[in-house]
Design a protein around this ligand. Structure first.
Ligand code: HEC
Ligand code: HEC
Length: 349
């Protein structure tokens, strides 16, 4: 008897407790719902705002080492680092079609894509290069060192030829990349390095919508024919080309939609940053679809992806291990492909 009584009291206590908890939760949820509704309302009523609130996670972003620290370098090393930086910023002066050292690239500068000489957070910077190379890359199916990776960009992004490993120019570029990796722990890609991974759209990305974005937000600089504007003297570009014979080729990183979209989201139109983006995610994806559907130089890719199961979801050239066509790999929707890849990777191991 006594036992059943005390257990009754126990049940009563539990139900009172649960009831109170329920009321507290209802209160909390209605508070949250009201607040999110409220913030949506105020954002949409301000129809002129182009500023998109970045997610609050954009803190502690990595930055390049301060230049004054170069005084700790040996003088020859410092000179090499500075020459490397100069080559990244003004590649074409030295290695372009009219280059003073050698003519082996298309007239673009590394900096056209690796902004601020490869130091801009999420501006395709080099913060993680020293810490993560050599590394295995599925595209070549080999462990790549930095020389190989730099020459990938010479041969693809600059649609040119490889720079000799022993050349002063290659050594300078590598010294500069090493300098930018000062204090980055081995194996770590610090926050803000490379290109931002933009969330995918549910629908296929749309070159027709992208053409409208292009006309409104890109064309004034990159031109209607995508050819950009040459600087005085014709050595490099004031506004670099986005397609056509002087642009990156089919084998380049930017030819992948996710790279292009992530790059422009936080860097274009010129002046946009991760703190002050100017494009919605949809605009970034659709303009990628438009630009990467225009003509550009080709490249023999027959040696790429020796193991085709390593191809990323948005690699636009078959064959694939999955059943999706090239057009879906190029324009999406990507979600079914990503899910297929995830599922089959798991079952393999
Ligand atoms: C047309 C744009 C473009 C140009 C010009 C360009 N790159 Fe790149 N580069 C890229 C993209 C995009 C990636 C990232 C590709 C990826 O993640 O798949 C990249 C990646 C790299 C990486 C590896 C970064 C990492 O974290 O793994 C290095 C190193 C590099 N580039 C060096 C250079 C050098 C040196 C030059 C000039 C000779 C150059 N790039 C010119 C677009 C470009
Ligand atoms: C105000 C001029 C301006 C506008 C507008 C602009 N860009 Fe750019 N863009 C530049 C400049 C300048 C660079 C090279 C940056 C450097 O060298 O520091 C560049 C570089 C690029 C690159 C990498 C280099 C290349 O040629 O492949 C891409 C991709 C790009 N812009 C895409 C876009 C897209 C897409 C838009 C529209 C959403 C856009 N840009 C709007 C000026 C502009």
């Amino acid at each position: 008897m006594a036992t059943s009584n005390s257990s009754n009291r126990g049940t009563n206590f539990i139900s009172v407790f649960l009831y109170t908890l329920l009321i507290a939760l209802v209160g909390l949820f209605s508070y949250l719902a009201y607040n999110s509704f409220d913030s949506k309302k105020s954002a949409s009523s301000d129809s002129t705002a182009v500023y998109i609130q970045p997610d609050s996670n954009f803190t502690h972003v990595w930055t390049a080492p301060s230049e004054w620290r170069m005084m700790y370098l040996a003088p020859e090393e410092k000179e090499l680092v500075l020459y490397g930086k100069e080559l990244i910023a003004h590649t074409s002066e030295y290695l372009g079609p009219k280059g003073s050292v050698r003519a082996l690239s298309n007239g673009m500068n590394c900096q056209n894509c690796h902004l601020q000489a490869g130091t801009q957070p999420w501006g395709n910077n080099y913060f993680a290069v020293q810490s993560t190379y050599p590394k295995f890359r599925a595209r070549s199916g080999t462990v790549e060192d930095q020389v190989k990776r730099v020459n990938d960009c010479f041969e693809r992004s600059l649609n040119g030829q490889a720079l000799a490993t022993e050349s002063k120019e290659m050594r300078a570029i590598l010294s500069y990349i090493k300098w930018l990796g000062t204090d980055v722990e081995k194996g770590i890609a610090p926050k803000g390095s490379g290109i931002f991974k933009l969330k995918g759209l549910k629908r296929a990305i749309d070159p027709v919508k992208g053409a409208e974005v292009y006309a409104a937000k890109c064309q004034s600089c990159h031109q209607a024919d995508g050819g950009g504007v040459l600087a005085e003297g014709g050595h490099s570009y004031t506004y670099p080309p986005l397609w056509g014979s002087h642009s990156y080729n089919h084998g380049a990183g930017l030819f992948r939609m996710s790279n292009f979209a992530g790059y422009v989201k936080y860097n274009m139109p010129l002046g946009a940053t991760y703190e002050k983006p100017q494009l919605s995610d949809e605009e970034a994806w659709d303009v990628a679809a438009y630009v990467n559907s225009m003509p550009r130089p080709g490249k023999d890719l027959s040696k790429d992806w020796p193991d085709i199961s390593g191809k990323p979801f948005d690699h636009p050239f078959g064959p694939y291990v999955d059943p999706f066509p090239e057009s879906q790999h190029k324009y999406g929707p990507y979600k079914p492909i990503k899910e297929w890849i995830k599922k089959h990777k798991k079952s393999k191991s």
